[in-house]
Design a protein around this ligand. Structure first.
Ligand SMILES: Cc1cc2nc3c(=O)[nH]c(=O)nc-3n(C[C@H](O)[C@H](O)[C@H](O)COP(=O)(O)OP(=O)(O)OC[C@H]3O[C@@H](n4cnc5c(N)ncnc54)[C@H](O)[C@@H]3O)c2cc1C
Ligand code: SF4
Length: 551
């Protein structure tokens, strides 16, 4: 390939959308992606006997790439937030919060390969957390500025969603009608109605009708294991396929970028990556880093300019700071009716009632609630046998017949506010195969976070009860288990160079040919909104802004 104009590092929700917008406008783009490509029909294992025992079939192992500092001690006053199961007891037995994994796929398409497919716009109020509520930071523009890019991202992903926009005003309807709710979700809806709560179809990247030469969803319920039908709009099948089809974009899988090379004139000269044929250097006019909110700061911290050890684009000292994570809870129990809850689109419904930053009494920052049976992995007999149905032999078999498909789960995700004790730095001891320090995760959940989580847990329990579940059998959340489903904030976007890493167009304040186009730039997380759609919309906006400045 001739020298690209723009190099994009990472091909998830952010990198893929950014690359497509440029390639579609005629800019020559090269995507460097550390992981391999996946072929949904061949690589995803839903038609094999082992389907349930395996989660996403990683070709490059995810575990062990990051480290973490010791997490906080668990306290008796939050005992109601411990994870437990009626057969296994407390599932985190240590006296400290434990690390589950940084579960982001390394591959073309990034974590959209195994994402559930929920695709939400931000609540406009959640973009003004500092000026309206005195916490976190404001987004440097408002919802109306992002709205046209949301429309565009929804069109490319093929989002199915409800016609009622609520507070998220829309200039165009979703490209596809909402999915019908599964029977299990309808049961949860009955519970919500009894409590005076709303319950509506969720907006998702799984097709409710054939669209863009992809078939509709068959409701198998296993999106996090990889969708072999290709109806789930992962970034590889949507943005990347379209970018490559323009003829202006090449994707180099297996290209693990080791460092960016800054020049003396405040411009990045090149990147160095390790690929199948050894180490290579690629020069370009512009460079966009989109490795996710943990690996992006790591790459920049590992790319210090000459004479500095502070990292690249760290003039504010905030690179890696303001790390925000997933605040999650789920409660589950057996419903007396056979619900067939093992099938159906995951998270097909949603309650937005507590999503606004001031909607939860006594705390700042909202949450949302959705069915979580699939997220809790209650979709097959092996998990029923291990976690729901006790006993052995005949009695176990009999109970299994009676109980399979009855499990009903509801979960919530909440805002996570930045905290000085939550950040990413370089591990002083652990290195990767190229002798580069690994990212080290520091995380602390302050009392306000745990009060919000407690509200989510209590509301989940109330909804389950009102939906007809007599007894809860399993609960779990992020108080005692650190999870990284959604990560944000480590290269904060803002107008002031002193208080942010990139400007409102996602460009470094100092290194003007360097951009960050992933969730690292989020100034705040939102009240439980799933981030992939916003990441892509932001990346589309960053690409358009870059093109105007390129002329
Ligand atoms: C199980 C699960 C379910 C989820 N469900 C949802 C959902 O329903 N809705 C939603 O909105 N979000 C969901 N998420 C989160 C969502 O997937 C992520 O927020 C989103 O994909 C992040 O996009 P990104 O571009 O920031 O990073 P990623 O998608 O993580 O992409 C980063 C890419 O960079 C590559 N990379 C990293 N380092 C390097 C390097 N040095 N050189 C080259 N390449 C590199 C990685 O291999 C990867 O492909 C889910 C996440 C998980 C784990
Ligand atoms: S539920 Fe639908 S989108 Fe998810 S894996 Fe199955 S077919 Fe694909």
């Amino acid at each position: 390939m001739t020298q690209p104009q723009v190099v994009v590092i990472g091909s998830g929700a952010g990198g893929a959308a950014f690359a497509w917008a440029l390639a579609d406008a005629g800019v020559q783009v090269q995507i460097l992606e550390a992981g391999p490509s996946y072929n949904p029909r061949k690589d995803y294992l839903l038609d094999t006997n082992q389907w349930e025992q395996q989660m996403f079939p990683e070709k490059v192992p995810i575990a062990g790439r990051q480290t973490h500092a010791p997490f906080q001690l668990l306290e008796d006053r939050w005992a109601d937030l411990r994870s437990w199961n009626h057969i296994l007891g407390q599932t985190v037995t240590s006296d400290r919060r434990s690390f589950v994994t940084y579960s982001h796929v390394i591959g073309v398409g990034g974590s959209t390969l195994h994402f559930t497919g929920e695709t939400h716009r931000m609540n406009p109020q959640s973009m003004k957390m500092k000026s309206r509520f005195g916490v976190a930071a404001d987004w440097p523009f408002d919802y109306a500025e992002l709205e046209p890019y949301y429309v565009e991202a929804e069109r490319i992903y093929g989002i199915a969603g409800p016609s009622d926009p609520g507070v998220r005003t829309r200039s165009a309807p979703y490209p596809l009608p909402a999915h019908e709710l599964s029977y299990a979700s309808q049961k949860l809806g009955e519970g919500c109605r009894k409590l005076g709560l709303s319950w509506m179809p969720n907006s998702v990247a799984s097709l409710s009708r054939a669209y863009d030469r992809r078939p509709p969803c068959n409701y198998c319920g296993n999106c996090t294991r990889g969708c072999p039908r290709k109806d789930k709009g992962s970034a590889d099948l949507t943005f990347i396929a379209k970018a490559v089809a323009t003829g202006n974009c090449t994707v180099t899988p297996g290209a693990y970028v080791l460092r960016l090379l800054p020049g003396p004139d405040d411009r990045i000269r090149a990147v160095v990556y390790a690929g199948t044929h050894g180490q290579k250097r690629v020069e370009a006019d512009y460079f966009a880093v989109a490795c996710g909110a943990v690996e992006t700061p790591r790459l920049l911290l590992n790319s210090s300019p000459a004479g500095s050890s502070d990292g690249l684009a760290n003039e504010s000292g905030l690179l890696g700071r303001n790390f925000m994570e997933t605040l999650f809870w789920s409660s589950s129990g057996l419903h007396p009716e056979p619900l067939g809850s093992h099938r159906g689109l995951p998270s097909d419904a949603i309650c937005w009632d507590f999503n606004a930053p001031d909607a939860i009494p006594g705390v700042i920052g909202g949450c949302r609630l959705s069915p979580s049976t699939a997220e809790s992995n209650m979709v097959g007999p092996v998990n029923y046998a291990r976690r729901v149905v006790g006993g052995w032999g005949r009695s176990h078999k009999a109970s299994m017949r009676e109980q399979f498909g009855h499990m009903l789960s509801i979960g919530g995700i909440g805002e996570n506010l930045p905290d000085k004790r939550s950040f990413i730095d370089l591990d002083p001891d652990e290195k990767d195969a190229f002798n580069l320090p690994k990212a080290r995760i520091h995380s602390h959940l302050a009392d306000m976070e745990l009060e919000r989580l407690r509200f989510i847990a209590k509301t989940c329990r109330r909804i389950l009860k009102a939906s007809g579940v007599p007894k809860i059998l399993e609960e779990g959340g992020t108080y005692d288990g650190f999870m990284t489903t959604h990560v944000f904030g480590t290269c904060r976007m803002g107008t002031e160079p002193k208080t942010s890493v990139v400007d409102d167009s996602c460009r470094s304040h100092r290194w003007r040919n360097l951009l960050v186009t992933d969730a690292s730039v989020f100034p705040s997380t939102g009240g439980g909104e799933s981030p992939a759609l916003t990441i892509s919309a932001l990346a589309l906006r960053a690409a358009r802004k870059l093109m105007s400045s390129m002329g």
